[in-house]
Design a protein around this ligand. Sequence first.
Ligand code: NA7
Length: 286
Amino acid sequence: MSRVAVLGLGIMGSGIARNLLAAGHDVAVWNRTREKAEAVAGARVATTPCEAATGAELVISCVSDDEASRAVWLGEHGALAGARKGAIVVEMGTLTPGWIYEWASKARELGLRPLDAPISGSRNQIAAREVTFFVGGDEADIEAARPVLAATSKGQYHCGRIGSGATMKLINNLVGSVQTAALAEGLVLAERCGLDMAKVTHVLSNGSCGSPFVRASVPRILARTYETHFAVRWMVKDLDYALAECARFGVQAPFGALARARYQAAADAGHADADLTAVAELVRKA
Ligand code: NA7
């Protein structure tokens, strides 16, 4: 059993906290909106990130973006001030490599052991412990963190040095965002052509296009309920971060830019907090 702090209890953070509790870890939680922390049965609810981190062997943050992460780690009563020397600190949000480098360097100055470990998978996968972490950092620190990471995932993929998990995740979501946006167009075309949608579902899910992104998205687009597994607003954020990396390295990314515009349009149409597959409503309404 390890003493763990989980900061940020949105869809992913709350799933992580529950998995760690189920595996028998001693878990302290903190969330900006306290009710979400109180909803995690069996966890100790802290008043600040600093308080949650105090005494923990491993501190996890899973909040929305760079700004939120900065506030959680470095803000007033931030977690870095509370973490004990030698503790492993893990950033699981989908954030920019630039911020990860800055955060990791501050953590190292304090004698902490930083890992970036963004998550591949969303609501259902975290509940079933079927996510994969894209981990950046030192091998020895990953090995030390593995029992905790393994309690809430099916795999921990070591991408390389610190920040490489963040970069891998942005690339993953750049590709996945285009797949889902194009899938929406194909499915609406199939509906309008009067194809048998059960057969369309089978072909797209099991044929040459059947990536996990596509397989998960087909039923959501057809059902049109858009219960949030991964919010439209976070895909816009991820694409902003991914496109900034493309620009930094001189990579032209017109498909990524168009996908970003489509998710932004979906957000502007009132779907910002809905599942990213709500991008299909733009196609249906056009
Ligand atoms: P959610 O369910 O939208 O949760 C977002 C979390 O981030 C939630 O705990 C928020 O607290 C927290 N948040 C947002 N802004 C802040 C600030 N400024 N300070 C502290 N905490 C903040 O997102 P997911 O769980 O799906 O995703 C989390 C990350 O993983 C994200 O990077 C994704 O791209 C992948 P709140 O409850 O609103 O008070």
